[in-house]
Design a binder for this molecule. Sequence first.
Ligand code: ZN
Length: 155
Amino acid sequence: MKIRLADLWDGPLDLKGEAAPEPYDLIINGNEQWSPLAYNLHAEILGENELLVRGSINASLTVPCARCLEPITLKVILPEFTSATPFTSEESIDLTLPIREDILLSLPMAPSHADVGGKCPPNVEKIYSAKVDQFAEQRRSETWGELDKFKEERE
Ligand SMILES: [Zn+2]
């Protein structure tokens, strides 16, 4: 996101809109999906050579849960983004890097269902169930089979 300083000489500027996430280089693991970045910023020149930009930036991120790999959606909310940039003779100030840094710093290290107020779904395939051991059952009937016959003949 670039802000042209010439646009600000007449006074502060409110910037509101959505920015495509790609220029912010937010893909770290390769399996994240970012929504557009919704921004609501107030830009002004302080003194003669400092650009101050304040406001909020919101987005959402879909990423596999670090525990169960099911996709989860994290809300990324920067309610008080602030960037103060001194300038000398630039025509525009690029806020891409400070926005990227603030977004990445706001993310949990290993996003999981716990970060979105939930629990990982139970994984039914991993529940252990004991199977009947056919071989042991067969051996048991062979061992007692003759005695059972003897008992049946006596009755
Ligand atoms: Zn999970």
